[in-house]
Design a binder for this molecule. Structure first.
Ligand SMILES: N[C@@H](CCC(=O)N[C@@H](CS)C(=O)NCC(=O)O)C(=O)O
Length: 197
């Protein structure tokens, strides 16, 4: 059976938790504690050279990187259309997520949570404008459509929403982005939706 190494308080693990549930994929969960350093333990390092969660083991395949895991698990499902152009657009958004959204919202969120900053103004000075730029781009894109790619909910929506929904933890006001907020509501209304931790 597929094994999923999960941890709370991570948008990246939430993506995989949500997809497994929405596609009803049988799996076994191994829950690790980020704050106790369990992801960096000798045992886990020996299994996973990426030393990060989410991580899955599916028979011979071991896979790290949340978006690679989503694309693998969603193949052949309603969350990943067969069409090559639709897939290219989905991948475009998923690469963008790792570059601009996860980085600029997820990192300051975690540093604030862990108190790992000696200068909050400097932290915000670096990440806030970059995150705001990414949220503005999403706002413009979603102002004229319901979903990121074509007309259906896909793994791109799961990937992008993971850290966008957590943006308030990094000090962003989602009320300033009404189309993004409406899109998050549509995602929350999908069958099998679960809250992020
Ligand atoms: N780009 C990776 C990022 C994975 C990542 O940074 N995971 C964090 C939790 S969000 C982690 O495992 N941290 C463990 C640690 O820092 O000890 C992905 O999308 O899966």
């Amino acid at each position: 059976m597929l094994v999923f190494y999960d941890a709370l308080y991570s948008g990246n693990t939430w993506k995989v938790r949500l997809l497994l549930r929405q596609l009803e994929i049988p799996h076994q969960v191994v829950m690790l504690d980020l704050f106790k350093g369990e992801v960096r333990s000798k045992d886990f390092r020996a299994k996973n050279p990426f030393v990060r969660v989410p991580y899955i083991v599916d028979g011979e395949l071991t896979l790290s990187e949340s978006n690679a895991i989503l694309l693998y698990l969603a193949r052949g499902s309603r969350l990943l259309p067969d069409d090559a152009r639709a897939q290219a657009l989905i991948q475009q958004w998923m690469f963008y997520e790792q570059n601009q959204v996860e980085l600029n919202i997820g990192i300051p969120r975690l540093m604030k949570k862990l108190g790992q900053h000696d200068d909050l103004a400097r932290l915000d000075g670096y990440f806030r404008p970059r995150a705001t730029g990414a949220l503005k781009l999403l706002e413009r894109h979603l102002a004229v459509r319901e979903w990121l790619v074509h007309d259906s909910y896909s793994v791109a929506d799961i990937a992008l929403s993971a850290y966008v929904q957590l943006a308030p933890d990094a000090g962003h006001e989602l009320g300033d982005f009404p189309a993004v907020s409406a899109w998050l509501q549509r995602i929350r209304a999908q069958p099998g939706f679960i809250e992020s931790s």
